[in-house]
Design a protein around this ligand. Structure first.
Ligand code: FBP
Length: 262
């Protein structure tokens, strides 16, 4: 086996232990702006220090990764694309490179494609370029595949989510991260359409029990796990919430049992 392929597999096996993963997404300072943060979550070093011992991956932008790298106790997934919420155009630009990811010691990189957006063309070709760099470096590439655009009426419908996830597979993503479709049955169709490890995005803050219900259902549907942000670091007990999610995803605990961690 070529060295790069060996590296890619080794890195992937840490991001998904026995095929499952709980990742923390913390790129919101760029994507949504500081409105998402409270006194805990606005402090990158604290967030990384307190949460990274309990997850298989931390999704960060370059500046935050550089700032908090000495606190990181789990694999870094460096986001190579970004946008702010102040711009009108729904397009992700390249904001970091595979080379920079390697310099920071990343175990994987991630890039967003808004499947269905007007500027989709740019995001697709950008993704393909990154894939070429990743193959050479043995870095897994995570496709953040979100249906969005004038023809996407409901971005959580299984029809468009399965299309976005499948597009990620077709592009050569090692792992696809996409939206939850609302039920185990509907998400099974996504998993069937895109036979790759699929991580589900957490979404806006909701009741702890609802998050754990989703965690249970996505595993039952065949997803690999959850990449969660606001529902952990906006929680009044972020570490407890993360441990509860882990109990469901990794240990197969029921929701009632898992809630005891909070
Ligand atoms: P959450 O768990 O907080 O939803 O984070 C997941 C995530 O995909 C982040 O990685 C990203 O910043 C954000 O959601 C994107 O949100 P939007 O769908 O509004 O662009």
């Amino acid at each position: 086996m070529k060295e790069a392929e060996k590296l890619r597999r080794e890195r992937l096996s840490k991001l998904l232990k026995n095929g499952r993963g709980v990742w923390i997404a913390y790129d919101h300072g760029m994507e949504h702006g500081p409105r998402d943060f409270n006194s805990f979550s606005s402090d990158p070093c604290r967030v990384v220090r307190e949460l990274s011992p309990y997850c298989e991956g931390f999704l960060l932008n370059y500046g935050i990764a550089k700032l908090a790298r000495s606190e990181l106790k789990c694999p870094l997934i460096l986001k190579l694309t970004g946008r702010t919420n102040l711009g009108q155009t729904q397009v992700q630009s390249k904001i970091a490179s595979v080379e920079e990811a390697l310099e920071l010691g990343a175990s994987a990189v991630a890039a967003t494609v808004y499947v269905g957006e007007e500027r989709e063309r740019k995001m697709l070709s950008q993704f393909a370029e990154m894939r070429r760099d990743c193959s050479k470096a043995g870095l897994p590439l995570v496709g953040l595949m979100y249906p969005r655009g004038p023809n996407v009426v409901n971005p959580n419908s299984w029809e468009v989510v399965s299309y976005a996830a499948r597009a990620g597979l077709e592009l050569g993503a090692d792992v696809v991260k996409t939206y939850w479709t609302g039920s185990q049955e509907s998400f099974k169709r996504v998993v069937q359409a895109a036979p790759a490890p699929i991580m589900v995005a957490g979404g806006p803050k909701m009741a702890s029990r609802d998050v754990l219900d989703i965690a249970r259902d996505l595993i039952a549907a065949g997803a690999a796990g959850i990449a969660v942000g606001r529902n952990v670091w906006q929680h009044e007990n972020p570490v407890g919430m993360l441990k509860a999610i882990r109990a469901v995803v990794h240990e197969g605990k029921g929701v009632e049992e898992a809630l005891k961690a909070i």
